[in-house]
Write a protein that binds this ligand. Structure first.
Ligand code: BGC
Ligand code: CA
Length: 471
């Protein structure tokens, strides 16, 4: 039994230490809720009241023993009582997948990242992954140079599906592709990541024509079109919108499209299924969702694994560690008692940014067999924690858009496996991808949870959540 299961109460002027069994806590919580929801916010007095009834009984037959024990355990109980009333603003908080940041400038929101001593971000290394994606596309073009130029005009034309122009991961991927293919133009000291609309004539000022020399022949590389895939209701990374876009583009300049690139697999697969699969046009995405990896056997060009198996683990692991009051890198850089540990091949930690970043791996025809199921936990961190040492804790977790392919088909299934391994009881909330309030409305009683994991709709909106936790 853990320390927090002990409680100290006063009964007839004597201090009594009680060992609270879980059932008692549950019963007292339930009756507390039945009586008054508002009073439950500061539940210590309620719990004590409920426990007092039981104490009467216990004290009756062993008040002396209890007395003796009380002195020795007093210090412990003080600590227990304190941990029983952690203010919401002091509870562990992890932002994941959408890093608190300014959606126009990309600048990190350090206020949100430093909300309290146990606040972290978990994502992946966007620049390393973006470069990998760009290189993967370029390598493919070079390796298939004899067949890639479908209309033989000497121009290798590509179209690009952009996820969310205000999401730093999306921006990084757009830049990575343009940098690798030589189509990047600088704006304010960085590669411009603005969508071009259409640029079939190569006159855009947002991108330029690149040139690629392969086996002594020089080819032009042109971004024929790119667009943010946002639907009319406002949902970004929208797969259906990408499917419509490729239909529109191909209807007017389909012969010029030699390569399709997408900021993610959800949109990439939508374009592949709508058009490029039948045309034999290589299509590249990001995320290594199971369906996209399987499609590599049918001509999908490749994808990038952002190591969701490591990210989902980190997301819940930092909360577990904070709740256990142990070193934050337990089971991460340092093996825990169950043997869970990660290596530097899988992630980096940036202390200043309070951020854990998983590393990316390219998934192509050469290695896709190893990535067919994106929901398998990462073996080195798949050992069950001992429930006695790590008692169940409650976590509130939201997914910004229940329809997001990556988060719903890859990330959440992984979280659901790790929550068992880490003894966390997670309540999963799915948003509509458009309105923050749709999610924050469901964080009405943060006091019911021990920790929070947040995936914002818009990266600027951290304060909508921290505001609720600070009340
Ligand atoms: C994924 C996208 C997803 C987005 C949501 C990205 O990391 O690659 O597929 O739509 O996160 O925030
Ligand atoms: Ca061509």
């Amino acid at each position: 039994m853990s320390k927090t299961d002990k409680i100290s109460i006063k009964w007839k002027g004597r201090k009594i230490i009680m060992r609270l069994i879980k059932k008692v806590t549950a019963v007292s919580m339930a009756s507390c809720m039945a009586l008054s929801l508002a009073a439950c916010g500061s539940s210590t007095s309620e719990t004590t009241t409920a426990a007092a009834a039981e104490a009467t009984e216990a004290a009756g037959d062993s008040s002396e023993a209890a007395d003796a024990e009380s002195t020795e355990a007093a210090a412990e109980s003080t600590e227990a009582a304190a941990s029983g009333e952690v203010a919401n603003k002091d509870k562990p908080l992890v932002w994941f997948n959408r890093q608190p940041s300014n959606s126009s400038t990309g600048e990190l929101d350090m206020t949100a990242l430093n909300f309290n001593a146990n606040t972290y971000y978990v994502g992946f290394d966007a620049n390393q992954g973006a470069e990998l994606q760009g290189t993967m596309v370029k390598d493919y073009i070079e390796a298939n140079i004899d067949t890639i130029d479908r209309n033989g005009d000497g121009i290798i034309g590509y179209v690009l599906a952009i996820g969310d122009i205000g999401h730093n991961d999306s921006i990084a991927r757009t830049r990575g592709v343009r940098n690798a293919l030589g189509t990047a133009v600088e704006a304010n000291g960085e590669t411009d990541s603005t969508p071009v609309g259409t640029n079939t004539d190569g006159t855009s000022t947002i991108v330029k024509d690149g040139s690629l020399e392969v086996n002594g022949t020089t080819y032009t590389v042109r971004e024929l079109a790119s667009q943010e895939m946002k639907n009319s209701a406002g949902a970004t990374w929208d797969a259906a919108t990408a499917g419509n876009a490729i239909n529109t583009w191909s209807a007017s300049f389909g012969d010029s499209i030699d390569v399709v690139v997408s900021n993610n697999d959800g949109m990439g697969m939508s374009m592949f299924n709508a058009w490029s699969k039948d045309q034999g046009v290589p299509t590249f995405g990001y995320d290594a969702n199971s369906d996209a990896v399987a499609a590599i056997a049918e001509g999908y060009g490749g994808t990038i694994s952002q190591h969701a198996d490591v990210q989902a683990y980190l997301t819940l692991r930092v909360l577990r560690n904070a709740l256990d009051g142990v070193d934050i890198n337990t089971g991460i850089s340092v093996a825990d008692e169950a043997g869970n540990v990660l290596s530097e091949n899988e992630y980096v930690y940036n202390e200043e940014e309070r951020s854990y970043y998983a590393l990316n791996v390219a998934v192509t025809a050469e290695n896709y067999q190893d990535y067919l199921d994106s929901t398998v936990t990462f073996a080195p961190v798949s050992n069950q924690l001992d429930a006695a040492e790590h008692p169940t804790k409650k976590v509130w977790l939201n997914i910004y858009n229940a329809a997001d392919n990556f988060l719903s088909a890859t990330y959440q299934p992984l979280l659901q496996k790790y929550d068992d391994l880490l003894n966390l009881e997670v309540e999963y909330i799915g948003g509509d991808g458009q309105t923050e309030s749709n999610i924050t409305n469901r964080l009405g009683n943060p006091s019911q949870y021990d920790a929070f994991a947040i995936n914002m709709v818009k990266t600027d909106n951290a304060a909508s959540y921290t505001g609720l936790l600070s009340q």
